[in-house]
Design a protein around this ligand. Structure first.
Ligand code: ADP
Ligand code: MG
Length: 755
């Protein structure tokens, strides 16, 4: 046994633990757990807690008691003067875990609190001052962003990040890592009719003039379409640098006309386009379509553009995590992502063995000829278990799949419950009952994570019966990009040495198999005619397993590649945010007025008093930095649309992107003095300093931008079109026949034309 664990238990036994060494604090905590919760921490839990305290990623199976492990590490940190955020998978778990562990913290003299989406803003500041806070990464990230649009330090609430313990860490740090949290505000804009003018002309574009690319969700003009655009708008080369804005407007208008559907993607309310959140199906006030798409959509409905939502700040969860100087995490599935945790977050993974041997039987992958055959096999497996009253948990890929499977099952009299991750409080209650006699629960991977499934119901009263029919049966309906997902689902059965079983289904025509060309991998082994029942050819099974490894590797590479595009934005955000904070904190005073308009400044001081002018100057600059940052975000979004990449033949697009961002940031920063001086002139026109109005957004909204994640996901597809030969081809094409539309060929064609 681990020597430190042994020592902790000795100290606890002897009651010898008044100091603040990790061992002593852990020993005290050990006793506090016994006293308050009436359970004795297992050795495995102490080992895991030590690893968390060391800033590691801990792999510990579902049901082994990770919630308790975090308490030890958080207490050790608190009693040494630090602040810990335990970042949970959802609000339900933040609330549950905080309430559950509160007695231990109280006994330890450590303050603890919980923040959920429901927590009012004015209570948050004091909650954040607790030594330990249970909160989702999403809520914490939003609070971080909201501080960026505050104008008084008293309104700010997010503390300096210190130590984060991520629960269900792989989900946040890998699966959702790229999802940006966004803060947007309604700001006044000057009316601009240019998009409406473009929209009025796109009636000319019909089938054959453009194509829609499913992967990148973008519209591309065909050669025909490009010719048409050049005629309609009287430009020489629509792909030329100076027409990039026009091209973006044209494709956005076509997309608004053909792809975006009223009442499905958005509604029109009070003269405004209001997006519908694909996940909740609710109207999402304040959320805007990216780039040119929003004005294009307004043009489609003849709406007046008076104010519009502007993105004021964003941060991907991955970068939010990296704000904490110390992070650690725990999950049932860390081992297979060891490399990623180390490379991206710089943390090592430690695997904690299960306390009791695992009695779950994991059946190998079963592969079927097509989705129909697969569905038949899944239904047979569920109904067989249902007849025996054996509980079944089915993990599907999507809400739609869950619903169609449930419909099929109900047709044959199998009663089932469907979870779709819409209400995690309600669903926790359903998942907790998934181990009851005869329960059939269908869920996506998202729903119910973190909630214990006890055999024979929450009180285990019927455990013997459920054990007699084999325990919980987990059915996984398809292979996902990462093997972790299946591993997580399998882990729902066989908790703490329980009996259980898991089955894993796939079909030859599942998307992942097609995407990775299983047919080619299998060669002659690929069935040429329909096969009834499971495919037994070992070669096919072996290649299907290979698909899993390929897609896992691709996913990782893709994420690393994306970082080349996102790091720069993070650097700039950090620079702008910290400058703004320093201004409002009084750590730093703006001297832009003094330096650039000394006479006007003197005049203002004479009129309003120097202190008042300086305070206002700081706030005006803070507000200007918000504008500056919004412009920056607009610009980088525009860059990522790839239009500017047309310029960069022969060079690495990621480097070029970074250079372009850097240049923009610097040149925009150079315009700050002038913009500040304009404001000083406005101030001088006021009678009283209070009359000067700092333009602030009239409403603030936060949301998760799934679209942007999609956009980022599509990026490597765009990048891959830039092969060395393309650059060479393009360069020679340029020098030889510049007057020809050579640019439409070569990589431009690949970028904007057909894929
Ligand atoms: P995990 O997060 O690892 O899936 P939980 O923290 O939700 O696991 O705990 C699973 C179950 O194990 C809970 O019902 C909890 O009460 C129980 N448990 C945890 N630690 C102990 C312990 N030391 N002794 C007895 N039961 C424990
Ligand atoms: Mg848990």
């Amino acid at each position: 046994m681990n020597k430190t664990v042994e020592k902790i238990k000795q100290l606890a036994e002897a009651g010898d633990f008044s100091g603040n060494s990790v061992e002593e604090i852990f020993a005290r905590c050990y006793k506090a757990v016994e006293k308050t919760l009436g359970i004795t921490p297992f050795d495995e839990q102490l080992s895991a807690a030590l690893a968390l305290n060391d800033g590691k990623m801990v792999q510990m199976q579902t049901g082994e008691g990770k919630t308790l492990c975090a308490v030890f590490a958080a207490c050790a940190h608190a009693l040494n003067g630090g602040y810990t955020h335990v970042l949970t998978f959802n609000d339900y778990l933040a609330h549950r875990d905080c309430e559950w562990m509160k007695p231990v913290y109280e006994e330890m003299g450590v303050s603890v609190g919980c923040i959920t989406e429901e927590t009012p803003r004015d209570e948050r500041k004091s909650l954040y001052q607790k030594q330990v806070v249970y909160i989702t990464a999403k809520e914490a990230g939003f609070d971080y962003l909201k501080d960026f649009v505050c104008y008084e330090t008293e309104e700010m609430c997010f503390p300096k990040p210190d130590f984060a313990i991520f629960d269900e860490a792989d989900s946040i740090l890998i699966d959702e890592a790229r999802i940006p949290l966004v803060i947007a505000g309604d700001v006044a804009v000057h009316e601009d009719e240019s998009t409406a003018k473009v929209y009025a002309k796109i009636g000319e574009f019909a089938d054959g003039d453009y194509e829609f690319d499913e992967d990148s969700r973008n519209i591309y003009l065909t050669d025909n379409g490009a010719d048409k655009a050049e005629k309609l708008f009287s430009v020489e080369n629509i792909y030329g640098e100076k027409n990039a804005g026009l091209l973006a407007k044209i494709t956005a208008c076509i997309k608004a006309r053909d792809i975006l559907k009223e009442d499905k993607d958005y509604i029109v309310r009070d003269g405004k386009i209001v997006l519908i959140d694909e996940f909740t199906g609710r109207a999402a006030a304040g959320r805007v379509f990216p780039g040119e798409l929003q004005p294009a959509c307004e043009a489609k409905h003849n709406l007046k553009i008076t104010s519009r939502g502007r993105i004021m700040g964003n941060i991907a969860l991955q970068y939010f995590a990296r704000l904490y100087p110390k992070i650690s995490g725990m999950t049932g599935t860390a081992e297979s992502s060891r490399e990623e945790f180390e490379k991206i977050y710089g943390i090592l993974t430690e695997v904690i063995p299960t306390r009791l041997p695992c009695a779950r039987v994991d059946r190998p992958l079963e592969i079927y000829f097509d989705k129909t055959e697969k569905r038949k096999a899944i239904i047979a497996a569920v109904s067989e278990a249902f007849e025996k009253k054996r509980p079944v948990l089915v993990g599907t890929e999507s809400i739609e799949e869950s619903e169609s499977l449930a419909a099929d099952l109900r047709k044959i009299g199998v009663d089932c419950k469907v979870l779709n991750a819409k209400n995690n409080f309600e669903e926790a209650g359903i998942i907790a009952k998934a181990g009851e006699r005869g329960a059939v629960t269908i869920s996506t991977n998202m729903a119910g994570r973190g909630v214990d499934i006890k055999l024979g119901g929450e009180d285990c009263s019927d455990k013997e019966f459920v054990e007699s029919v084999g325990g919980l049966l987990v059915i996984i309906t398809s292979m996902r990009e990462s093997s972790r997902i299946a591993q997580q689902l399998r882990g729902r059965a066989g908790r703490q040495g329980d009996v259980g079983e898991s089955r894993f289904f796939a079909a030859l025509d599942d998307e992942i198999m097609i995407k990775n060309d299983l047919r080619r991998l299998c060669g002659r082994h690929f069935p040429s005619a329909k096969v009834e029942g499971a495919i037994t050819d070992k070669a096919v099974l072996r290649e299907a397993e290979r698909v899993q490894r390929i897609s896992e590797g691709d996913g990782f590479d893709e994420r690393v590649n994306l970082m080349k595009y996102t790091l720069i934005g993070e650097k700039h955000r950090e620079m702008t945010f910290s400058k703004r904070n320093a201004l409002l904190d009084g750590e730093y005073d703006s001297d832009l007025w003094q330096k650039n308009a000394p006479e006007l400044f003197e005049k203002a001081c004479g009129k309003f008093g120097e202190n008042a002018v300086q305070t206002l100057e700081n706030k005006v600059l803070a507000a200007l930095l918000n504008e500056f940052h919004s412009d920056y975000l607009d610009y980088t979004a525009y860059l990522r649309e790839g239009i500017h990449l047309t310029q960069i033949a022969g060079r690495n697009p990621a480097d070029e992107y970074n250079i372009a961002c850097e240049e923009y940031y610097e040149s925009a920063a150079e315009s700050l003095p002038e913009r500040m001086c304009e404001k000083l002139e406005t101030l001088l026109k006021c009678d009283k300093i209070e009359d000067y109005v700092i333009e602030k957004p009239t409403g603030i909204y936060t949301y998760l931008l799934n679209d942007l994640a999609e956009e980022f996901k599509a990026k490597p597809i765009l990048l891959n079109v830039f092969s060395e030969e393309d650059f060479a081809e393009e360069n020679s094409a340029k020098s030889e026949k510049t007057e020809e539309k050579g640019e439409k060929q070569g990589f431009f064609k690949k970028l904007f034309g057909k894929k």
